[in-house]
Write a protein that binds this ligand. Structure first.
Ligand SMILES: *Cc1c(COP(=O)(O)O)cnc(C)c1O
Length: 364
């Protein structure tokens, strides 16, 4: 099977995986309780910590990101959770809390919007909640929540833990796990990390770990206390997805060579390029708008309105016919929007080729 050229696949997850990373998976198996495994994890741990900007160990879960969302609420949710909802993935976080038997109230804002820290502080008054669930970069709308400010609000409220899904944030948008004192932050391998799907990564603040230890019925597979106990020995609680770990180790090295600052700047440039392009579409008389308001847009994914008379799915298909993969809108935005995942290992030059094709599709 011949490989299509790199730079044509812009789904907001899974994202395009570099050939060297794909190749890194094709290595023989090793025992997961042996020295080889410990070396594999020990060698990549400093780089993983640099990606999360933390001194804490980074947990490696052989699951998709949803697994660690479940771990977050189950270990750290306490009894009552405030779920900040502004799209499909934050809604999923709320549902996961409910499905795990927690009392969870949804605090909804319209699609495309983000949460105002003052309004959240208001909701926290009275001390009803033990934790907050929030999505950093809402992949269904391209909106970016102000996580640093929300973390301050959670701290000020006392014993309230902030549980952050940064699945399309981390490794594309700045995340300062220690500086912002995030209680739990998680991501998945197949978004801005540009790895194949199947791994989730997370970091727990000591106070989140204390909450977990005091929580009954944490289950087995997503018990954060177990993750902690094993990762300090450079192991995982169960047999890990070893081939994906090889890919992760290779990608951590690539990211380390790029540096986080340069990686963030590259994502910011791709995002700005997309937003400027949308403005140019408007100048051509096409109603193409960035759904999220200025100042609250994700650097990794943009959700664009499609002009009246066209449908997200049709635009998507026309792009496919030209050899490009983007995404139709998500959920209720399916017909009215398209989404471009400008994240992972893409750059402005590749994005430019895509936007040129999109311009032709919208002109047709
Ligand atoms: C993709 C995504 C998820 C779900 O990830 P899975 O790996 O499919 O479990 C959760 N949250 C956000 C914001 C996402 O973009």
């Amino acid at each position: 099977m011949s490989q299509p050229a790199f730079g044509r696949f812009f789904l907001p997850g899974p994202t395009e995986v570099h050939p060297t990373i794909l190749a890194a998976q094709a290595r023989p198996m090793i025992g997961h309780r042996g020295k080889g495994m410990e070396k594999l994890i020990a060698d990549m741990m400093p780089g993983l910590k640099r990606i999360f900007r933390t001194q804490r160990p980074v947990y490696i879960s052989s699951s998709s990101a949803t697994g660690l969302m479940e771990a977050a609420v189950r270990n750290c949710g306490g009894k009552r959770v405030l779920s900040l909802v502004n799209g499909a993935f934050s809604e999923r976080f709320h549902k996961i809390a409910l499905a795990n038997g927690l009392e969870a109230d949804a605090f909804e804002v319209p699609l495309g919007q983000v949460h105002d820290p003052n309004a959240v502080a208001e909701r926290l008054r009275g001390g009803k909640y033990d934790a907050i669930t929030v999505v950093h970069s809402e992949t269904s709308t391209g909106a970016l929540n102000p996580i640093a400010e929300l973390a301050k609000v959670a701290r000020a409220a006392g014993d309230v833990l902030l549980l952050v899904d940064s699945v399309t944030g981390l490794a594309g948008a700045p995340v300062e796990t220690d500086l912002w004192q995030l209680d739990f932050v998680l991501t998945g391998s197949q978004k801005a990390l540009a790895l194949p799907p199947g791994l989730a990564l997370g970091v727990a603040h000591p106070r989140a770990l204390e909450r977990a230890k005091a929580t009954r019925n944490r289950g087995i597979y997503f018990d954060l206390v177990e993750f902690e106990n094993y990762i300090v020995k450079h192991q995982t609680p169960n047999t890990p997805a070893l081939s994906l770990m090889y890919a992760l180790a290779a990608q951590v090295e690539r990211i380390d060579n790029e540096t986080m600052e340069v990686r963030w700047a590259r994502h910011r440039d791709m995002a700005h390029h997309t937003w400027t392009w949308a403005q140019q579409q408007q100048a051509k008389g096409r109603d193409v708008r960035v759904l999220a308001p200025e100042g609250f847009r994700s650097p990794t994914v943009t959700c664009l309105t499609v002009p009246a008379g066209k449908k997200g799915g049709e635009v998507n298909d026309a792009m496919k016919a030209r050899g490009f993969t983007i995404s139709a809108g998500y959920g209720s935005l399916k017909d009215s929007t398209i989404r471009i995942g400008h994240m992972g290992d893409h750059d402005v030059a590749e994005l430019d080729v895509l936007l040129h094709a999109l311009d032709e599709v919208l002109a047709a």
